[in-house]
Design a protein around this ligand. Sequence first.
Ligand SMILES: *Cc1c(COP(=O)(O)O)cnc(C)c1O
Length: 231
Amino acid sequence: MNNILQERLLLVRERIAVQCAASGRDPQSVELLAVSKTFPLSAVLEAYQAGQTRFGENYIQEGVEKILACRALAVCSDIEWHCIGPIQSNKTRLVAEHFDWVHSVDRLKIAQRLSEQRPAGMPPLQVCLQVNIDGGANKAGVAPADALDLARQVAVLPRLKLRGLMTIPEPAPDYATALAAHQAAKALWDRVCNAGVAMDTLSLGMSADLEAAVAAGSTMVRVGSALFGAR
Ligand SMILES: *Cc1c(COP(=O)(O)O)cnc(C)c1O
């Protein structure tokens, strides 16, 4: 067992718990997604042995290779795999056939392809819509003003289950800036829910800003470098 990884997992879980206490939230209300992109399967297995069961991958081909290797090993076949990276049209089938969740759906065409390509024998693909919350010109994500329409359209597609929203705000210089971006995401999430679209997941926060994300209402933080080290 890699003691450094085990220690970092404890530290990240502690950071989540401390912020939940400070924000008056149940620590069970925030899930930890371990972002294993660029790290080998051995790192995933070490984290799994330390009790981590949810993993996020950015690069679809790399993720699928780890998923297949893992499922071939009976020991970690219960890992939940989340696709959190950009999806080109020609990669939707790989996502639909292998991942459990996808956080990075930002247009209807991609959602339709995932819906058509999700094998009928698998559980529904769990979907979050990526929102370009701070309007970066070259950034992925549906515009906040269009998020409700997209959510309504995705919610009715077969073999998908809409779970929530995901954002990747610009790296923030300080806590207040990070908090403001995450609060904007929470406000949008509330608006979509209040319009009658059922969702239960707000995928906000990474290694550097998970406290601000939890303070704003994140239900899933995506943590890479604080667990696995610098990429
Ligand atoms: C890489 C990545 C993360 C993890 O970032 P860290 O800063 O390493 O914690 C989270 N979400 C997405 C979408 C990523 O691409």
